[in-house]
Design a protein around this ligand. Structure first.
Ligand code: PEP
Ligand code: MG
Length: 843
């Protein structure tokens, strides 16, 4: 916090007064800027955070000193002024200073109706917001009359046993105190902390002379802005209401004017053209000089325009991108500032898949559309199941009655969330939006049968755990089966912002993509290649899973080779498609790393299916599954261990990659594939596999007569690989840190089982964060540093990257930049946010 000594606790705002947002708050500072721009701002006094803190403790400032600049008998407003206006604050209170004497004067100058309405409004807000009385007896009457005024004053006296305070200094003192205390309330504190305010965030207050908006001549109040808060497009929006105050124009059902003439009804542009012109000029001035899209609050008092306040236009995530880009395109701000102005976390919401609107919809239920986008996945009912499913890379939909903080880890792991209870601000909805996760809440016609592990739809249909459903968080529909989804497309502003980001970024961003659809998304989001293609994921579905199982089950080399011969053209096709989509960008293909338990059937019916498929007796399938099953499959026959034990498997994959390379290079940009070996722990593994792959490359070159190159690299995901990186790098052009397994092995913490106790661990601050979500810089990071240094010692130009799930997060990107890594690789949907984060870190 800045030194308060230089600043007075009570400051009359003038163009030259010493003021700062961190001392007086953003609103006070903004008012000073409006005054500097010669806008007609009524006299305003700012109270600093320190002054307001003292007021909350009962130490009142000298009231005469505050009131002095306003002259005799002023009417005043008080508004909050927190450091960041988005942190909110108590509601404004208007017309302070109204009492019986002032009322009599106003009847003479403004007429009885206006005077009564002003006094009534003040009593109401004072009674409810300051004296904290039950609002019931203080409703404003439809027609303000002297009787209704007396009744309200009596009600005040009845409720408090005191007459309504008549001394303006006492009124103002009480208003200041109630606002200062409201800021310290638990709800207010939680709300602002949720918006990023620090625990000790201060509140300033601004006391301003009222421009009345009611009375003689043209009088009224309104709000105008020059941009659409939903889309970010430039257009004039707002309302004005004759004979009104504050933001009344925004809340009345009838009688308000639009600001500009656009055919929707009477407008200020037509009825008060001079005022409209002035407002438009002020809007331009704000945009250019305050370098922001502002919403201006104004009042017309007897034909005179007053500017009371200007606040940054609240905006949707989409609008925030468009506004930042438009300001930079108009050279109001430089492009690096536009890049800094958009929070990378908001991008995810703009990047979602949508249900194809032309396809038929088999609706199970409709709830509240709480977080946009659509996802397909299998039903799970608990956070643990969601995590287990994610560990198997199987998209799932978490279905809960309602969610609690215990479910957050499950939500991270799920593709979408459905809750039976809750509204648009329920826990599931808020967290869903925060994570950019499609979410439908309040699907109250749905019954969860927990015992039977199934959902019962309103039409009686039953959906079991593991059944495939689609969640459309944009419409609120939950659909049966896997509905066809459309990939998201970036609009022009988004593209522009990211292009600027790329000019500042100094680390590459690739995508983890296993399928052509993933690759296409990666391409749409301008990933600089594929950093990890998990080839076993290409076999998760349909017939392909069967073939993978056949390969795993094969008893002899001949049998296995027969399956591999059938797999070869499929893999070749897959790779050719990836190369084609990526148009010459690097594609890093990881050879098979199938933890066997993920590919073997888990239950009896699965065994039966497999027996049929392989034409084997059931007993033999049982026996074989038994023989193959491991006590600790994540540390068992995985990765390169499979590749070395059954070398013909990696031979087939290498051949498929090279043949696809030849094919793709013929029809498009030359391709230099990258081949990556998983779960390495010893140099000799790398050496042996390399020798075989070189041999396959030689054969394919000879057979096709086409020359091609490839790059060979290692995935560093065991601690030993990090420790021995110097040796390993002699055989590897690149090292990519697989921080999922590296975290698992560094902590000795199972990826699949950690969900059971992770919440307890994080709650007890054993771990500050779940290390599978947030890179553990202190521990795993140490191995990364060591691996990088040793890798460079073995090969000075070794290319370094990270491809675990951490790759897209800001903290991991920060870490990788500092270690001079070449690139990060993350899921395609995180690529835009990663590009933006990387740029912001470099600016
Ligand atoms: C890793 O371990 O970090 C990784 C990317 O590989 P996988 O998640 O497939 O084990
Ligand atoms: Mg791994």
């Amino acid at each position: 916090m800045q030194q308060e000594k230089r600043f007075d606790p009570v400051t009359l705002i003038t163009p030259t007064a010493a003021m700062s947002p961190s001392v007086h708050g953003g609103r006070a500072k903004c008012l000073q800027r409006l005054i500097r721009l010669d806008m007609p701002v009524p006299t305003t006094v700012a109270l600093s955070f320190a002054a307001v803190r003292k007021i909350a403790r009962g130490q009142m400032p000298d009231m005469a000193g505050i009131l002095d600049p306003f002259g005799a008998n002023p009417l005043l407003s008080v508004r909050p002024s927190s450091q960041d206006p988005d942190w909110g604050g108590p509601s404004a209170i208007l017309n302070i200073g109204m009492n019986d004497t002032r009322y009599a004067q106003l009847i003479d100058s403004l007429g009885a109706d206006a005077a009564t309405s002003i006094y009534l409004r003040f009593i109401q807000s004072y009674a409810v917001q300051v004296a904290r009385l039950d609002p019931e007896p203080f409703h404003l009457p439809d027609t303000p009359t002297e009787e209704s005024l007396r009744a309200m004053l009596d009600a005040y006296e009845y409720e408090t046993d005191e007459v309504f305070p008549q001394d303006p200094a006492e009124q103002l003192g009480q208003v200041l105190r109630s606002m200062a205390r409201a800021w310290d309330g638990t709800t207010a504190r939680l709300l602002r902390q949720a918006k990023g305010a620090p625990a000790d965030a201060g509140l300033g207050l601004v006391v301003q002379s009222m421009a009345l908006g009611v009375g003689e001549g043209t009088s009224g109040a309104g709000v105008i802005q020059f941009v659409d808060d939903a889309t970010g497009e430039r257009r004039i929006k707002g309302r004005y209401l004759s004979q009104s105050q504050g933001r009344d124009a925004l809340t009345v059902a009838k009688g308000a004017l639009f600001l500009c003439k656009d055919g929707r009804g009477p407008s200020v542009e037509e009825e008060l053209p001079e005022v409209f012109e002035q407002l438009r000029n002020y809007g331009d001035l704000c945009r250019i000089r305050l370098r922001e899209e502002m919403q201006i609050e104004f009042t017309i008092e007897n034909g005179q325009l007053h500017i009371l306040d200007a606040v940054r236009v609240q905006r949707s995530n989409r609008a925030s991108v468009r506004i930042a880009v438009a300001l930079a395109e108009d050279q109001v701000i430089p492009t690096d500032e536009a890049v800094m102005r958009v929070d990378p976390a908001v991008l995810s919401e703009l990047l979602h898949r949508q249900v194809d609107s032309v396809s038929p919809r088999d609706r199970i239920v409709r709830g509240i559309a709480a977080s946009p986008g659509a996802a397909v996945g299998r039903i799970v009912f608990t956070a643990n199941e969601a995590q287990a499913s994610a560990a198997r890379s199987e998209p799932c939909i978490l279905v809960r009655r309602e969610t609690t903080p215990e479910d957050i880890r499950g939500m991270h792991a799920a593709a979408a969330v459905v809750t039976v209870r809750g509204g648009i601000t329920s826990h599931a909805a808020v967290i869903g939006r925060g994570l950019g996760l499609p979410c439908v809440v309040g699907a109250s016609d749905l019954v969860i049968d927990r015992k039977g592990k199934r959902l019962i739809a309103p039409d009686g249909r039953k959906f079991h755990e593991g059944d495939m459903i689609t969640v459309d968080g944009t419409s609120g529909d939950v659909l049966a089966g896997a509905a066809p989804l459309l990939e998201p497309a970036l609009d022009g502003a988004f593209q522009q912002l990211l292009q600027w980001a790329d000019q500042y970024r100094d680390i590459g961003v690739r995508a983890n993509a296993d399928t052509p659809a993933d690759a296409q998304t990666a391409r749409n989001f301008m990933a600089q290649g594929i950093g990890l293609c998990r080839t076993e994921h290409m076999f998760f579905e349909g017939d392909r899973l069967g073939m993978m199982r056949e390969m795993i089950f094969a008893d002899t080399v001949t049998e296995r080779q027969a399956v591999l011969d059938r797999l070869l053209p499929m893999q070749r096709g897959d790779f050719a498609e990836l190369f084609h989509i990526m148009q010459g960008q690097p594609v890093c293909i990881r050879l098979f790393d199938p933890p066997l338990h993920e590919f073997l059937p888990a239950d009896k019916s699965g065994h039966r299916e497999l027996a049929e498929q392989l034409s084997l007796p059931l007993s033999e399938v049982h026996a074989r599954v038994e023989a193959l099953s491991e006590y600790n499959p994540m540390l068992g026959m995985r990765g390169v261990r499979l590749g070395l034990t059954y070398p013909e498997i990696y031979d087939m994959q290498a051949r498929a990659i090279f043949e696809a390379t030849v094919e793709a290079s013929r029809s498009g940009d030359p391709v230099v594939p990258e081949i990556m070996i998983p779960l390495v722990s010893a140099m000799r593994e790398v050496e042996l596999v390399k020798a075989r792959i070189d041999a396959v490359a030689g054969h394919v070159r000879a057979e096709t007569g086409v020359q091609f190159n490839y790059r060979y690299g290692v995935m560093v995901e065991t601690p030993r690989a990090a420790l021995r990186a110097e040796d390993i790098a002699q055989y590897a052009a690149f090292l990519s840190f697989g921080t999922n397994d590296l975290t698992q092995m560094t902590y000795g913490l199972s990826r699949d089982d950690a969900g059971r106790f992770m919440s307890a661990y994080v709650n007890a601050h054993v771990y500050e964060e779940d290390p599978f979500h947030t890179l553990d810089v202190d521990g795993v990071g140490e191995l990364l540093k060591m691996g990088a240094e040793r890798g460079r010692a073995g090969r000075s130009d070794v290319v370094l990257s990270i491809c675990g799930e951490h790759g897209g997060s800001r903290s991991a990107i920060d870490f990788c930049r500092k270690q001079n890594f070449n690139y990060v690789s993350c899921s395609p949907f995180r690529v835009p946010a990663a590009r933006l984060s990387a740029a912001q870190l470099a600016i």
